[in-house]
Design a protein around this ligand. Structure first.
Ligand code: MLT
Length: 393
């Protein structure tokens, strides 16, 4: 018997598991100290009222013989897929309901999509970025190359035309930096993908945080239907981190290597996934109703105000940062030349504030730290006051 030796090439712990481990060790050793978590992007506001009602009535239906439901459709119920297609229409993007796959979140789908691609593809990943893309491709044994994001390019990594890639991961607004690609930059990526016969895997989990006219979907870009798959999630949009629901959009016409990609993904899902529960899909559809959208807007504004509060303290301290405008994340330079993990430990031990070390998102994240605006107002204010006290010269 042999295990998958590609696992030997992973860093020993998944980034957020390592943060939780260090945080819990600190809490156990210092039970009298109040730790404020601004590490993992977990939300604190409840899911919208209209979604709670839909969740309850969906559960009630399961308790009645006439409305009981067993296995859901692999690709999601029609009403949920139509709700997603309707949501896209709100920002001017046309997606057919039958191109939508309802899932249990963007993390699983961005990790699992590799099942339909060969192991010998070259994968291009922007750096820094959400670690799931790198880890899942290491597990599959694929060759990974990086496009670097840095201060000079505003953390919007662009393709090197002289380098070939088959699979390209993009995340905009970017996790962790909050950088958002413009339509022009995305067009460059789409043209590059088409030239290379590649597929872009576009993670738009943070699109709801966009406040300017930056594209909220890769499908807003001409040509994207021939080279892209989009992953999105209700986790950050509507507080579904625990409820679990997301969606993946695959254009019907997307073909590679003599295969239809939509059909391949359906084949994969039908084999390995039994869908999202009926009440959760009811709740997801309710989020995309007019009432639901109004309710999530309030929550998003609350987090945006938290981001503004964090940013204003960093301004006062003269610490370089970016993000926080079209994103719930603030990406800051560690002060006094500290390394990412060094600053993480320093903040935890001296201010009892948990961030996420930038290095965990790739080599370009060295020397940076990410703070989230997802905590509640009181904790956010307390955390930045502590940071101010600690770092003020
Ligand atoms: C993050 O903090 O980067 C995210 O919450 C992780 C995730 O969505 O899985």
């Amino acid at each position: 018997m042999k295990i998958n030796r590609n696992f030997d090439n992973l860093v020993p712990s998944y980034l957020f598991a390592e943060i939780a481990k260090r945080t819990n060790a600190y809490i156990n050793a210092n039970p009298d100290k109040k730790v404020i978590k601004m590490g993992i992007g977990d939300v604190t506001l409840p899911i919208p009222r209209v979604a709670v009602e839909a969740l309850k009535s969906g559960a009630d239906e399961l308790g009645v013989k006439e409305t009981f439901k067993g296995y859901p459709e692999y690709e999601g119920y029609d009403f949920a897929r139509e709700a997603v297609a309707g949501y896209y229409k709100n920002f001017g993007v046309s997606v057919d309901a039958d191109e939508v796959f309802i899932s249990d979140g963007a993390k699983s789908d961005t990790g699992n999509i590799g099942d339909i691609f060969g192991a010998d593809n070259t994968v291009l990943i922007t750096d820094p970025v959400y670690p799931v893309y790198v880890d899942s491709n290491i597990m599959a044994g694929r060759k990974i190359i990086f496009a670097n994001g840095n201060r000079e390019n505003g953390f919007c990594a662009m393709p090197d035309e002289s380098v070939h890639a088959d699979i390209i991961y993009l995340c905009s607004p970017n996790n962790p930096t909050g950088a958002v690609y413009s339509a022009e930059q995305l067009k460059t990526w789409v043209d590059y993908a088409i030239k290379n016969d590649a597929i872009i895997l576009f993670d738009s989990a943070y699109e709801a945080f966009i406040t300017d006219d930056s594209p909220r979907s890769i499908f807003a870009i001409e040509g994207a239907r021939n080279c892209a798959i989009e992953f999105c999630s209700l986790s950050k949009t509507a507080g579904f981190t625990g409820t679990r629901c997301g969606y993946t959009v695959i254009p019907k016409e997307l073909e590679r290597d003599g295969h239809n990609i939509h059909d391949l993904w359906y084949r994969r899902q039908a084999t390995k996934f039994n869908g999202v529960s009926y009440p959760v899909q009811c709740a997801a559809a309710a989020v995309f109703s007019d009432e639901g959208l109004a309710q999530i807007k309030e929550n998003l504004s609350y987090y945006q105000e938290n981001a503004r509060i964090i940013a204003s303290v960093l301004d006062e301290l003269g610490i370089w940062y970016t993000g926080g405008k079209n994103s719930p994340y603030i990406w800051l330079e560690c002060p006094d030349g500290m390394g990412s993990w060094e600053f993480f430990d320093y903040l935890l031990n001296n201010a009892q504030v948990v961030g996420t070390p930038g290095e965990g998102f790739g080599s370009q994240g060295k020397g940076y730290l990410r703070l989230t605006s997802f905590n509640d107002r009181e904790n956010t204010i307390e955390a930045v006051e502590r940071i101010k006290k600690l770092l003020k010269k």
